[in-house]
Design a protein around this ligand. Structure first.
Ligand code: HEC
Length: 96
């Protein structure tokens, strides 16, 4: 159900949905695609409750770790969750 909503938003050309990681992103950053996808899924769930899930392009590669410092506490992330979400943001913000 949730997936269907996200898909619909994407099909409708809604630019506000955080981008999905692709195989090209994973290859460029030399990380597992599954990790990037898990990071995005977690992020939408954990970071989308108080405000809309922020887009990677809203902040620079070097700003994201600091943002995560602030927001990890608010979201009560464990270390693994924080790692995955931060990795998603840093990799996607670096997209050429
Ligand atoms: C418990 C509520 C809550 C959760 C959960 C939450 N945020 Fe926020 N976030 C806020 C509030 C409130 C603000 C705006 C005021 C502020 O910056 O303190 C904000 C602001 C932001 C900003 C803008 C800050 C700036 O300096 O421009 C970013 C980026 C952000 N959040 C990212 C995230 C991410 C990433 C997550 C998930 C890890 C997350 N937030 C989870 C409450 C939350």
């Amino acid at each position: 159900m949730f997936r269907a909503v996200v898909l619909l938003a994407a099909v409708a050309g809604c630019g506000l949905s955080p981008p999905k990681a692709t195989a090209a992103d994973a290859q460029r950053a030399n990380v597992q695609l599954a990790e990037l996808q898990d990071g995005r899924t977690l992020m939408v769930r954990k970071c989308g409750s108080c405000h809309a899930p922020p887009l990677p392009s809203e902040h620079g590669v070097h700003e994201w770790p600091t943002k995560l410092d602030e927001m990890a506490e608010r979201s009560k992330l464990d270390q693994k969750q924080r790692f995955l979400i931060q990795q998603y943001y840093v990799v996607m913000a670096a997209k050429p």
